[in-house]
Design a protein around this ligand. Structure first.
Ligand SMILES: Nc1nc2c(ncn2[C@@H]2O[C@H](COP(=O)(O)OP(=O)(O)OP(=O)(O)O)[C@@H](O)[C@H]2O)c(=O)[nH]1
Ligand SMILES: [Mg+2]
Length: 318
């Protein structure tokens, strides 16, 4: 990066949280689409007893849609922190404790391996048995508990459903008298799952939320400049105590990195960019004229994060 680029970077980054604006929503979520999705979920809610909301364990706050509470009204909800295998163990425990102390039912899962699925089943049965409304509703006693899976894009809704379905017998066809085309999956003799999840719209109000969703791949990274995205990612990693993960993954010299971070001659954003430059050099993300290929290094770093190659990382704490 030459001096001019660095100056530009400095100019841009000074404003960080305050004035920098990201696109307010991903292209797929224009208001009409959102309204249609909402209506669909409202229809599905009429058919079910319990909601399972899938969150990304690495970003339990950013991956939660705050409208859900209003949407589901008095339906009971279970939070599933999926992709727990990619998240930090200590933070997983911290989040579990947080939910417990707030009387929120929450389960950590890995929908690839199936870890946590039995806990989900147990919690569904427990919640159903405690739900007075469900029990009071005479017609429902002895009937199956019907479950709807909700979640923002890419959190693992389909993987989660497939995992539960694998344990289950074949799909149940349309029930006579049910006019919709709904397909139900028998999870066991007590629980049925609607086979299509409700896709919630991500809430991009705060910049940090939009960034978290871009890091994890929930919103397309082409809505934000890749140099900026990787800049914020590395900055967040350092601030959240994951500098070592980067140093180790890219075989950087820890002393050299410390020197960069302590160098008073640079603004913070320049220090971050210098570290990214080091990674780019290691990975050969170089263009003609020895310029850094930020697009390439951005893709490399973020893909490796998404694949878990940077280690177990949780970006939000309770
Ligand atoms: N490591 C890990 N990867 C997961 C887990 N669950 C899902 N994935 C991966 O995350 C990606 C998205 O999973 P999907 O099940 O398609 O997510 P979805 O919520 O159905 O996504 P949309 O249908 O696009 O809204 C896939 O590459 C999955 O393999 C998990 O628990 N751990
Ligand atoms: Mg899906």
């Amino acid at each position: 990066m030459d001096m001019y680029q660095k100056r530009e970077m400095r100019k841009n980054k000074k404003t960080d949280e305050s004035t920098k604006s990201l696109p307010s929503t991903s292209i797929n979520w224009y208001p009409g689409h959102m309204a249609k999705t909402k209506r669909q979920i409202e229809e599905d809610l009429k058919l079910i007893d319990i909601v399972v909301e899938i969150l990304d364990a690495r970003i339990p706050i950013s991956s939660k849609n705050p409208d859900v509470k209003e949407l589901i009204k008095d339906k009971k909800i279970i939070e599933v922190l999926n992709k727990a295998d990619l998240a930090n163990d200590k933070m997983n425990a911290k989040w579990s404790k947080y939910y417990k102390s707030n009387n929120i039912e929450a389960v950590l899962t890995d929908s690839n391996s199936g870890k946590g699925m039995n806990d989900v089943i147990k919690v569904i049965e427990k919640v159903a048995s405690e739900d007075k409304m469900l029990q009071a509703n005479k017609g429902r006693i002895g009937k199956t508990i019907r479950v709807l899976v909700l979640g923002i894009p890419n959190v693992g809704k389909s993987s989660f459903i497939n995992r539960l379905a694998k344990k289950a017998s074949a799909k149940v066809g349309n029930k006579p008298g049910v006019t919709t085309q709904k397909q139900w999956i028998n999870v066991n003799n007590k629980i049925q799952l609607l086979d299509t999840p409700g896709i919630l719209w991500p809430k991009l109000g705060r910049q940090s939320v939009a960034l978290n969703l871009a890091y994890t791949g929930t919103i397309k990274d082409n809505i934000i400049d890749s140099t900026e995205l990787v800049y914020y990612f590395v900055k967040d990693m350092i601030e959240k105590g994951y500098l070592n993960n980067i140093v180790e993954r890219y075989k950087l010299d820890p002393n050299e990195i410390q020197d960069i971070l302590n160098d008073e001659n640079y603004m913070e954003n320049e220090r971050i960019m210098n570290i990214i430059d080091k990674i780019a050099l290691k990975r050969g993300a170089i263009l003609s004229g020895a310029r850094i290929d930020y697009e390439k290094i951005s893709t490399i770093i973020l893909n490796e994060f998404r694949e878990g190659k940077l280690g177990y990382i949780t970006l939000e704490e309770p």
